[in-house]
Design a protein around this ligand. Structure first.
Ligand SMILES: Cc1cc2nc3c(=O)[nH]c(=O)nc-3n(C[C@H](O)[C@H](O)[C@H](O)COP(=O)(O)OP(=O)(O)OC[C@H]3O[C@@H](n4cnc5c(N)ncnc54)[C@H](O)[C@@H]3O)c2cc1C
Length: 459
């Protein structure tokens, strides 16, 4: 009898925040204020042992748990009502080995800190643009940014992950996954998405020497959409892989189209490379300059400023330029956007010699290797009364574009997508389920769109 009795002896360690703590409100908030959840406790871990204790504590008591780092999940997957949030954001050391071109990055680091620490040693990791996004969630889901076409996704540069996984009926332990040991877990950690298998505490990344880069920004008016978007879509995947670019079309009431990009090269070359774009429509502003790489990360971070606190975003991939009908759908939806904070954003990923496309769709858990571009359809608002209209607009927009785009990026999760396993994981879903069964057979790490242990998909 005694052997089957559930132990409740493990104590929480680290910085522990209960609801009666004055910092509870700040500690429970997600970046997307659409979600306001009330956990039973939040543990800010300082050491791996704190993470192990928190998982054991939750399992011994049957308390639901969520893993959190940068809090940027679009659908609030790192928060939970009545459960425990295990937060690694105070585990934020970075150690660079420039000779071997590797860096050990604890998973609590936001991207701005990663870029800065690596820049101090004049190396870089291909990663995302928003400064507060956590490297934890970003890398596990893929990680796209302005170095993607040359150096691949963040997860393509992940050589090793240290992870706390569930062990036995109530325990937890640390394992290290790399090419030699637990290689199936490393495979799943390269695009399989955050929160599915365990709690990553440290990543070892391959890093690349970097100094200056050249950046551009071109502005047009909304009326040029039908000329500019097709031109960008033809140009962006066909240009050298040293250049990764974006385009953002705001709601018609704002009336702007902005393309930005980064070249590993000089400004003369960049001026030459963007000529096909400059010939599209009538650019109203053009900026090209060469800057230290760290300045470029700040430039792209600024264009990511999010002024409205609540949002709904859906993502999709483009495998070829949109036909005229697709561009017309974008024009129509942006002409009747719910407010001026809605828009469409796209980034080049694949095409000519791209490091993203060179990897096979099954070599890592991230399957969308042959996509040329990725899209985000977004709506932002402030008051709850506006929520329904905004979410419906995004869903309608996604539905209308469906004939022309495919799937979704697991780091742009969307609860409205019914067949999300296919959308996020495509051919890799079966293998991800096997990895889940092996490392988390009791389904300790679960949320609305987590990889299931059994047949049932959603919960
Ligand atoms: C403003 C903004 C800009 C963005 N820009 C980019 C971009 O340029 N490129 C890009 O690729 N993506 C971008 N994203 C998407 C981003 O990659 C995802 O939101 C990512 O999941 C965020 O990770 P996080 O650690 O900040 O979030 P969290 O909400 O903390 O976590 C996200 C998911 O990962 C899990 N998780 C968190 N920490 C761990 C851990 N230590 N171990 C295991 N699982 C964990 C969580 O449980 C959750 O399911 C952006 C998002 C936002 C909101």
């Amino acid at each position: 009898m005694a052997r089957n009795r559930r132990k409740t002896s493990t104590r929480l360690t680290g910085r522990i925040v209960f609801p009666d703590n004055p910092s509870y409100n700040a500690a429970r908030m997600e970046f997307n204020r659409r979600f306001s959840k009330f956990p039973r406790v939040i543990v800010f871990c300082k050491r791996t042992q704190d993470v192990i204790n928190a998982v054991k504590w939750a399992r011994e008591r049957g308390v639901r748990l969520r893993v959190r780092s940068g809090r940027h999940s679009y659908e609030g997957f790192s928060a939970v009502n009545g459960g425990i949030i295990i937060d690694v954001s105070e585990m934020n050391k970075v150690k660079v080995d420039r000779t071997n071109r590797t860096a050990i990055v604890q998973t609590g680091n936001p991207l701005a800190r990663v870029y800065k620490k690596l820049w101090n040693k004049r190396v870089a990791l291909p990663a995302g643009t928003a400064p507060d996004v956590g490297v934890a969630g970003l890398a596990l889901g893929g990680g796209i940014g302005l170095l993607s076409r040359k150096y691949g996704l963040t997860c393509d540069n992940l050589k090793q992950v240290k992870m706390v996984v569930a062990s036995g009926r109530y325990g937890a332990k640390t394992i290290v996954a790399n090419k030699k040991k637990h290689s199936d877990l490393l495979w799943a950690s390269r695009g399989g998405g955050g929160g599915n298998f365990g709690i990553a505490t440290a990543y070892t990344f391959r890093v690349r020497p970097i100094s200056t880069v050249s950046i551009y920004r071109i502005d047009w008016k909304f009326g040029d959409l039908e000329k500019v978007l097709p031109a960008w879509q033809r140009w962006a995947p066909s240009v050298t892989n040293r250049l990764t670019s974006t385009i953002e079309v705001a709601a018609k009431q704002v009336g702007t189209i902005v393309s930005t990009g980064q070249l590993l090269g000089g400004s003369e070359e960049l001026r030459r490379l963007i000529r096909p774009l400059l010939r599209a429509g009538t650019p109203v502003k053009v900026m090209v300059k060469t800057v230290p790489f760290i300045e470029a990360t700040k430039f792209f971070a600024e264009s990511d400023l999010n002024l409205e606190p609540k949002f709904k975003i859906s993502g999709a991939y483009g495998f070829r330029p949109l036909p005229r009908e697709g561009v017309r759908i974008i024009r129509d939806f942006l002409s009747k956007a719910p407010n001026k904070h809605a828009g469409v954003w796209s980034q080049s990923l694949g095409g000519a010699g791209s490091a993203v496309s060179r990897v096979s769709p099954t070599a890592t858990a991230y399957p969308h290797r042959k996509a040329e571009t990725i899209y985000e359809l977004s709506a932002r608002w402030r008051n709850d009364g506006e929520q329904r209209r905004n979410i419906r607009w995004v869903a309608g927009f996604r539905g209308a574009l469906r004939p022309f785009v495919h799937g979704d990026y697991v780091n742009f999760p969307d609860l409205q997508i019914k067949n999300w396993p296919k959308a996020y994981y495509g051919v890799n879903f079966g293998r991800l389920k096997q990895v889940k069964r092996k490392y988390d057979p009791h389904n300790v790490f679960r949320f609305a769109q987590s990889i299931p242990v059994g047949k049932r998909v959603d919960q």
